[in-house]
Write a protein of this length. Structure first.
Length: 394
């Protein structure tokens, strides 16, 4: 322990001299330091992609050099490789950053995250910029070869689907120094079996359906030939990224994996979204449906207005729901299937909206005022879900 602390002190001490030089040349060009949230996939992708998109739209930073370092552990080494091709990533920057934070007047040398929630595209800027993650020709070739091995040719389209379960964090926890009990996030989990009807419907429409996930609780129980349980059979860190970047659309819930299609600008259909006060508002091609909240004392569902305009809309642990006597209700198989059908029809250009659909959509969006979580609201609530739950609107 003492040897480790001595090493840290020495590393910071050695960083002081180059830091003095860096500060002295600030009038010519500015060098800034910051860490990448590489320990969690969602943050590794969303925070970084949002930062790059913001920089694209800010011409004032042309004389600025940003240098990053990765945190530990690395959630996905393919993403590490790809960010390394787009950013200045050097682990030595960690000590320059630490030294800069210890010595006064170093604010200018910290990479700023403009939004208080850098994991969210608060201003909808991803819709205004191109993806920054790019595959090499060799990687594309490897990706298509792997698809071919799964029976999917270049011409065939596929969708990806995923349901959050505790397996990933339970596997991740031993790699962390944290003593956190991840059970508090159980309210975000959902049953993969409720996604199978949607996966089968997409197969009937001529697509393959690939079940995603780095760690999953159990294999799929299906005999549908077009459904591939990629998470338990063929899974690699490279394919996690490649498949989500190339899919027709991604059907998922509230977990970091949705950041992959988001960063590659692939349409996302979000099922079982929670909490409602933090909706996935950023994607103009995205649609979502939410978990409903059953108030046990009154034997009724909370309305969307009651949730959004109270602390309940921000609840981030199962204990809070339990303390308020609230049961968190998963989306049904039929609701998720309707969501997938709407997404596919919209992408095909065959979706026909109705006057009622638009009225309900407007009523729902009007519940949200611009704030730190969303300055724009570009996505849509699933049409059938809104229609079936219009009594939860004002």
């Amino acid at each position: 322990m003492l040897r480790n602390k001595a090493g840290i002190v020495m590393a910071i001490s050695l960083a002081i001299l180059p830091l003095v030089v860096i500060r002295s040349i600030r009038p010519i060009f500015l060098i800034r330091f910051g860490s990448l949230r590489s320990e969690r996939l969602g943050h590794y992708l969303e925070n970084t992609e949002t930062y790059l998109s913001e920089k694209d739209l800010n011409a004032d930073e042309r004389r600025t050099i940003d240098i990053f370092y990765n945190q530990s552990p690395i959630s996905n080494y393919q993403i590490k490789k790809m960010w390394g091709r787009q950013l200045n990533v050097f682990q030595v920057a960690k000590w320059l950053d630490k030294a800069n934070r210890l010595i006064p007047f170093g604010e200018a040398h910290k990479i700023p995250w403009r939004s208080p929630y850098p994991e969210r595209d608060v201003y909808g800027i991803l819709s205004k910029t191109a993806p920054h993650l790019k595959f090499t020709k060799s990687e594309v070739s490897i990706g298509h070869q792997k698809l071919k091995e799964m029976g999917i040719s270049k011409q065939q389209q596929f969708i990806c689907f995923h349901a959050r379960d505790p397996a990933y964090l339970e596997a991740f926890l031993p790699m962390s120094a944290s003593d956190t009990n991840w059970d508090y996030q159980d309210f975000r989990d959902s049953d993969i079996n409720n996604y199978l009807a949607a996966a089968e419907t997409m197969v009937s429409r001529g697509y393959y359906s690939l079940r995603m996930g780095a760690k999953v609780q159990e294999p799929l129980d299906t005999d549908c030939d077009g459904i591939i349980d990629y998470a338990t059979i063929n899974r690699t860190e490279f394919l996690d990224i490649f498949l989500a970047a190339k899919c027709r659309f991604f059907l998922c819930s509230t977990n970091g994996i949705y950041a992959i299609p988001m960063c590659f600008r692939r349409p996302v259909a979000y099922a079982n979204w929670i909490p409602l006060g933090r909706p996935p508002s950023w994607g103009p091609k995205d649609i979502f449906i939410v978990k409903k909240l059953w108030l046990r004392a009154d034997k009724r569902y909370l309305t969307f207005n009651e949730i959004i305009h109270s602390e309940i809309g921000q609840f981030q642990s199962k204990e809070l729901y339990e303390n308020f006597g609230i049961d968190v209700i998963e989306n049904t198989s039929d609701e998720i299937n309707a969501l997938a059908l709407e997404m596919d029809d919209r992408l095909n250009g065959t979706w026909v909206t109705t006057v009622e659909d638009e009225i309900l959509q407007d009523k729902f969006r009007c519940l949200f005022e611009p704030n730190d979580l969303h300055q724009v609201f570009l996505s849509r609530m699933g049409a059938e879900f809104l229609k079936q739950n219009k009594d939860l609107l004002p």
